[in-house]
Design a protein around this ligand. Sequence first.
Ligand code: F6R
Length: 347
Amino acid sequence: MNLDDVPALARVDQHDTARILTEFPEQCRRGHALPAPVLGGARPRLIVVAGMGGSASGGDMVAACGAETLDVPILVHRGYGLPAAAVRDALVVATSYSGDTVEVLSAADVALARRVPLVAITAGGALGALADARGLPRVALPSGLMPRMALGYLVFPLLAVLAGCGARVTSAGEVDEALEVLAAQADELAPARALEKNAAKRIALNIGDRLPAVYGGPLTATAAYRWKTDFEENAKVLAVAGAVPEMNHNEIEVWRGPAAANRHIVLLREEGESAQIARRFELIRDLATPAAGGVSETWARGTGRLARILSLAYMSLWVSFYLAMLHGIDPWPVPTLEEVKRRLASR
Ligand code: F6R
């Protein structure tokens, strides 16, 4: 597949994912403008974001943005129920784009049973119905997207909900910067932009048939995990994600044997990383390059944490899109994970 052949891409991209991705900056703008509830009551001592898959990813990114400045811990809970620490002085944000994810519904049930303040962020489904029936504070999202492609609707309303309960993560300036950075990227990464000037196409081509291993630092490891799941859901390609420095203590061992030739490293860098982290990225590159199937590097854009993390997430959406194209795969449907949900529901 020639990634510059736009009509050929459109034939594989049967659900017009390219358009959804091109509109992603606008989606973020709309997500930022959605009305969010202002919660009364005391400032929470713990924020639990309950979500799975693409919906949990918004929680991960907000938690990473707040990690250095917010004095309230944000715990992203992926699973049934709620952790024991979620008690009445906490806030539970149930995030499910579809509103029908059973783990999130179970978390909401436990929050109600424990009388933990609960907010829903959803486009509808059973969670939307529960919020309506119980009069819960809710952010109503527009429907019609794949959850993983609705990241703008999951991140920005969550930021607003947290700001509304006294746990502000980002300033207005940081939000504006993120929106500007994403708008610039939309032009640079779109299918009409030729390979030599399109970093997302180049990374996808560098990966080719190899297994991608994505490594990030203290801020960007969250994005690395997002890259892994985007490769898996969009391109249907197994990927691994790791965090620097932790991977220096284990995973680094896999990069000098002959099997490394079948894998490709992607390093997610940012200008705010410390000298220690920068040194470790250089070491990974030096040690892995001789045996690895290749090493790519991409840098976050902007100066604020929100712009940096979202710019890497946006790059991930595009790289996984182009990798899907290279494999002749429509990135939109996820039939196997949907079958799991169907089978669970039928029991
Ligand atoms: C599918 C996707 C999945 C879902 C997950 C939870 O596009 O991204 O990872 O996000 O199955 O579903 P929701 O987000 O609807 O709660």
